[in-house]
Every structure is written in C-alpha cells, then in structure tokens.
Write a protein that binds this ligand. Sequence first.
Ligand SMILES: [Zn+2]
Length: 565
Amino acid sequence: VHQQLDCGKLFCSCPAGTGSPDLGFSRRLHATASEMGQVDTAAAAENVRDFGYHQGDGNCLVEADEEPPRGPNPKAVKIALQVAQLLGAQPLEEMHFMRKVVVDGSNTTGFQRTALVSTGGRLEYDGGSVDIEQLCLEEDSCRRGDGNDNFLLDRLGVPLLEISTAPQLHTPEAVQAAARALGRLLRACRVRRGLGTIRQDVNVSIPEGRRVELKGFQDLGTMPQVVEDEMERQAKLAGITRSEPGPVTEVTRLLANPPTSAWSCRLPGWAGLLGTTKSPLGHPRLGRELADHVRRAGVAGLLHSDEIPAQGVSVDEAETIAAELKCGETDAFILVFEKKEVAMAALERACNRARKTGVPHEVRRVLTEGGSRYLRPMPGAARMYPETDIPPLKLTSENVELPPTLDERSAALPLGTQQAEQLVRASLDGRFYELVTMGSSPKLAARLLLHQLPELRKAGLPTPGKAALEELIEAVASGKLAKEGVDDALATLARGEVLRLESSSNADLDAFIDELLAERKDFVQQRRMEAMGPLMGAVMGEFRGRIDGALVSERLLVKLEEFLG
Ligand SMILES: [Zn+2]
C-alpha cells in the first residue's frame, strides 16, 4: 500500500498543489548500472527518450533536479514512525535514503528516493491478521499530463509511505480486507485523503504460477475480482511451454501492398495460442500479450498468423510468408511493419516473451473493464544505490507520540456507535468537540454535522460562520429555539440574515389551543380523539421552531381530553 502524507513535500518546502500545463522543461533519462554493476531489467526495458515536465505555478529547483534535495521533511519522518508504532513494527536505528532507478519519465532525476523506516509488525483485519514486512518513506512520482511522456510536477516529492505485507493472504477476500484495515489504520495519522492518495499494488501467485505485481487499482471494491482474474490468467498460462523463435526475416517483397518494410519470425508450436478478439473467454490471447511487448519498443503493434486476413495481408500472402519462414502445421508467425532497426528491437522484445514458459515474472496494469495488461518486467535488486545528497538520520532519538486510532476516537465520542463511526470516518470529530465546547448537546452537534450542514451545502447555501453557529446553539440550549426550528434557523443564518427568535411561553401555547378548540368545536365533537392529528398540524403551524413538538403534543392531549370531558 502506498499512502500519501499530508505535510507538504519530502525534500523541499513546496506545497503539494495542483499543476497546470506551462512551457515546462525536458529531460532525457537512461538506465545506469547500480552499485553492483548490473543494469536493472525493468529500467533497461525503457527506451531512452525525451520527457516533458510542467511545474504549473511552481518554480522549484529541487523538483527540476537543479538543486540537491533538502530534508527529509521532519513531519513526514514523524508520521512514518507513528505508523510504524501503530503496526507494532521495529524502527531502524538510522534511516538511509536510497535511489531506486526509474527511467519511465515519472521523475526528473531518473530515480525515486526511498528509505527503509521499520521492519516487522502485524496488521489485524476482519477475519485474520498478516505480518508486515517493511515500511518505507519515499517520494511520490509525477502525475501524467496530456500526451505521451508529459508529466506534471505537483505530485512529485509528496511523501509516501510504502507498506508491504508478508505473502500470507490466501484468498481474494483476505487481500481486500487487509487493504481496508491498513487504510483505516493509516487514517489515524496525518495522511492525504481523496482519489489517488492511497494506492494498492497486489502481488499474486498461484502454486503453478509466478509472482506478478498488479498496479492501478481504482477502488477496493474491485480487488477480489481482479485477484481472481489474475489467478485464472496464471492457471491458463501455466500449461504453455516456451517457443524458441526462428530468425527475423524481411518479407516485404512477399506482400502486394506493404505500408513500409515488413519483418517477421516464426514461433514454433504457438499456432492457435495467439488468438483474436473473437477467441472464446479463457483463451490465453498471447498475440495481444506479444503486441504489448513490441509497443514498448515504440511500434504501434504487430500482426500475427492467427488473425489473418488483417492489416491488408491476405490468406494467400500469409501462406507465402509461412512457407518462407518454414512454418510447420503447429507454428505461428508474428510480423511488424517498421524500418529495420525499430522492427528488430520490437521483435526482439516479442521473442524474449515467447521464450518464457508458463507465467512470466512481470508487472501488470489493472484494467477498469477487468483483466490486466503487461506493463514492464519485474524490477530486481539491481535498481538500488545509495543517495549521497541526504545524510543518514538517527531514528532512535525521535520522540513519537502515538495518535488515537479511528476505533479509539469513535469509542471516545458520547454518541451511539453508528453516529460516532460516521463522524470519525468523515474526520468530523474535531468539529464535534468544537460545537460541544460552544454549548451544544452531543445530539445536536452530531445532527448538525452529519445532516443539517450537509443539507445546507446541498441546497447551495454557505456554511454559517462560528459566531452564527454559536448564536444558534445558544438559542437551542436556552429553549428559545426548538429542535424543529433548527433547519429554518440555519438557512436564515446561512443567508446572512438576522435570526429572529420570538420566545413563546407555555401560556401562549395553552391560550392558542383553547382558542383553536373553541373555534373548531363541531369538528372536535364529531371526531373526538381522532381530531388530535389535524389539530396538532394547526398548532405546529403556529409554533414550529419555537416550542418543542413533544411539548405541543403533550399540552394538546391534556387540553383535548379536558375539552371532551
Ligand atoms: Zn519544491
């Protein structure tokens, strides 16, 4: 789970604002070798290319990688330690930032800074518990802007907690329940709220498959289904053996109307496995998979033998190509239209995928319509090296004050469980205590925050200020305003008008009832006790908001019984 913290940025003092497109600047990123001299596979899979960055209103040298990072932000470190303690994790003696090579353009530096804060810990969730492996404090990446390879800097450098659980969640439902519990625990601390502020990556493997990382969950509700889909996908791939591709051959001259030069190679044993959009559900669709790989080399896609006729290539032409490539009955072929250099690089990627038996070790992107698509190879340890611009930070000397959890906050409220839960979930418990301090009863405060003020906002009226609310609460507390009158009084205050409270005494009420009974004598005689309802309506019409409805009902009943003898 990745959770954004609500305390500015990690390595500079910029706010985590909103970026808007501007002229920006560009960077060219390429993979470098790590400490151990190896280049990470995921980094190597990215093409070296130009990326555009936009700062909006900002103008920060740290974000542009023109100035060394400052910090780390002490507030972020404090929150990280709070979360570690809430999880029962063991903080490290010292925190050392590392650089994790990421050259997909999502940062300006070519790496993401990350530091291990604690190890161990345990998370209780609905239906079980799971060990926590580690908690890292890292910087968030850029948001994608319009168009390919364009990025916005507003999110870059926002402190992010990365919490990884141990591989102990055995059902899709347990994965969801644990994610939910962790989200709730995090909300005890100063974390950012709203869309995209908490992101889950789920690693799924089945006994006959391999670990695959799924990124880009839209919401927790879809999580069990996505995990289920991945389990099915892995089961499907588990039975497929690798194909050793034949040599790449130019086949341009075999085609009547090639858009540009055409390059093709044979995939032994893979006929029928590539599939098309018309393939039945449960088909491995390896053609689409290979197409996702060639796209990473910058080509639009590929053509394969299962989908012909397509892209202007006829069945006859396909037979000629198959003969040229020496394809047997069970062999497939793939084809790319591109100039030689690009085509070779693209087919090389597809061939590398074809050489893998069963489930490849990779990162995939979750699709909103279900299923997932290939994103990049699984990064390995080769992508880390030390960040030398940030000195190590002693963690043992940090004094951590533990915030109350949401459960504790909810239990502390002098309200029923449901209302208390609602208030805490909406982070309104602070406001609740404010209103109670102003003299409001807990009941009134809860009703105001959960119903009456939201209703007001829905009606398009502004929320009354502190003084106005104080006046309202005072009026209710002193009995000048009955609870039925609060809605109208709020609207009056919201419009900026003066609250006019006519205090009504019980004597006024009794007098009004007497008069009413006399006036409607015949009706009352005829309907007897059933006249209560209509009479109540008439009295409330007069006293609504000034005298409590329960009191009106009580007085009316007494008077009516007297009247009827
Ligand atoms: Zn900055």
